[in-house]
Design a protein around this ligand. Structure first.
Ligand code: PLP
Length: 424
């Protein structure tokens, strides 16, 4: 038994009784999960501090700006039909997928897809985990441009046993992706690269890719025979000058190698409902995803509720217009507050976050110094930011600030508090 397996795990039960459990009684994979959580430290800290007096969480990409529209609309739906209580197609109720196909066509994809090319699972994370399980074998690699959403590592490495290989952006060109970086990452990978995972609009920078940029990614991956998964989870959360273009709008068909992920989590501020959407024309992929869907299905009640909401075009129109207006307004005020506080940041045009350049707050330009700064900000000001290392930003000193999960005055207070840790 290895040291990790033999490690004793202490868990406090509600009664105060400390249970001592031996991880050795679990399987190797079970013990690995208990001893070494796939959750990044900033999230563990968040759950430890959430709800405590003075704590300002600016580290979680949640949109809580829309509850006043969503909750009454949900309440108006009344009693659900009885069928939501029963088993149904695990990749989503047929009627829901029919409506989703229409909704996705007009709101996200920019062109029609067949309902049979849609699968619904419990959130974008579940879709990604399942899709990559099906596309790759343990030991394979997936290429991810950075800065990136931190959760991809947990999604792809924990159960799928893949390696995420990064194509690192550089601050010198505003972290713009160029295909030379993809080439370099591919050449340097010690594992066979099977796919590219591209996020648009991106997390953490809130940048929206132009059709030209999307074309370059598509051409690059198709020339190398790679699958490419477009994570378009922030498709409707766009408020800047660049309109969102789905990759689907640029191709008459997706073909075997192109797949799209969206979810209600961000654009509909409903991360707790767990409803993610896969769009693919690859029948084998859809069948294999269908074989796993039982373990990651979305509840029938949630599907019914969302189906009713998206069926009301006038409501969705008003919802989307308000979403854009509120995000733009909130981002503008956050950006102004950051500028006033002398904190440089990358201009965002979508998403619910902004990348702050705190290099001026660092002693040394090292990951250790960045971690120390993140912890000092947390301990001394109770503000939790997402450290750049979690987003795999290759240069230390950048941190993501999420501005839509707390009321604006709380976010602005958090920004002011950053002043307290500025080096004098
Ligand atoms: C780019 C991206 N993809 C996927 C997810 C996961 O979303 P979900 O909550 O639907 O699993 C997130 C959540 O932050 C995200 O930012």
């Amino acid at each position: 038994m290895s040291r990790a397996e033999a490690k004793e795990i202490h868990r406090e039960r509600p009664s105060g009784y400390i249970a001592v459990m031996r991880a050795g009684s679990l399987s190797r994979r079970g013990a690995r999960l208990v001893g070494d959580s796939p959750m990044p430290e900033y999230i563990l800290e968040h759950f430890g501090r959430a709800g405590s007096e003075g704590y300002v969480p600016l580290c979680i990409a949640e949109n809580k700006l829309m509850g006043d529209l969503l909750l009454p609309a949900m309440a108006r739906l009344g009693t659900p039909p009885e069928h939501v209580l029963g088993y149904d197609a695990m990749v989503g109720n047929a009627g829901f997928r029919e409506r989703l196909a229409g909704f996705m066509a007009t709101r996200v994809l920019g062109r029609r897809v067949d309902p049979s090319q849609i699968a619904v699972l419990a959130g974008a994370g579940t879709v990604l985990e399942t899709v990559f399980y099906v596309l790759c074998d343990p030991g394979d690699a997936v290429l991810v441009p950075t800065p990136s959403y931190a959760g991809f590592w947990a999604d792809l490495e924990t159960r799928d046993e893949l390696t995420v290989v990064t194509a690192d952006g550089a601050s010198a060109n505003g972290f713009r992706l160029d295909v030379e970086r993809l080439d370099a990452a591919l050449a340097a990978s010690e594992h066979p690269v099977k796919a590219l995972l591209f996020t648009n609009p991106d997390n953490p920078m809130g940048r929206v890719a132009t059709p030209g940029e999307i074309e370059r990614v598509l051409e690059w991956s198709s020339r190398r025979g790679l699958h490419v998964v477009f994570d378009e989870i922030y498709a409707l959360s766009v408020f800047g000058d660049t309109a969102f273009t789905s990759v689907a709008a640029l191709r008459p068909d997706l073909g075997e190698f192109l797949h799209i992920v969206w979810a209600f989590s961000k654009d509909f501020g409903a991360s707790g409902l767990r409803c993610g959407v896969l769009v693919s024309e690859n029948r084998a992929l859809l069948d294999a995803v269908g074989a796993l869907a039982y373990w990651g299905a979305t509840s029938g009640h949630t599907q019914w509720m969302l189906s009713e909401l998206i069926a009301d075009d006038a409501w969705v129109d008003a919802y989307c217009a308000t979403l854009e207006e509120r995000l733009r307004d909130t981002y503008t005020q956050v950006s102004e507050a950051l500028s006033k506080a002398g904190i440089p940041h990358l201009p965002a045009e979508g998403g619910i976050f902004v990348v702050c350049d705190l290099r001026g707050f660092l002693g040394d330009a090292t990951e250790v110094a960045e971690h120390a700064l993140w912890k000092r900000i947390l301990d001394e000001t109770q503000v939790n930011l997402t450290p750049g290392a979690a987003c795999r930003i290759a240069e230390p000193g950048f941190m993501r600030l999420c501005y839509a999960a707390e009321p604006l005055p709380v976010v602005l207070e958090g920004i002011q508090r950053l002043e307290l840790v500025r080096p004098r």
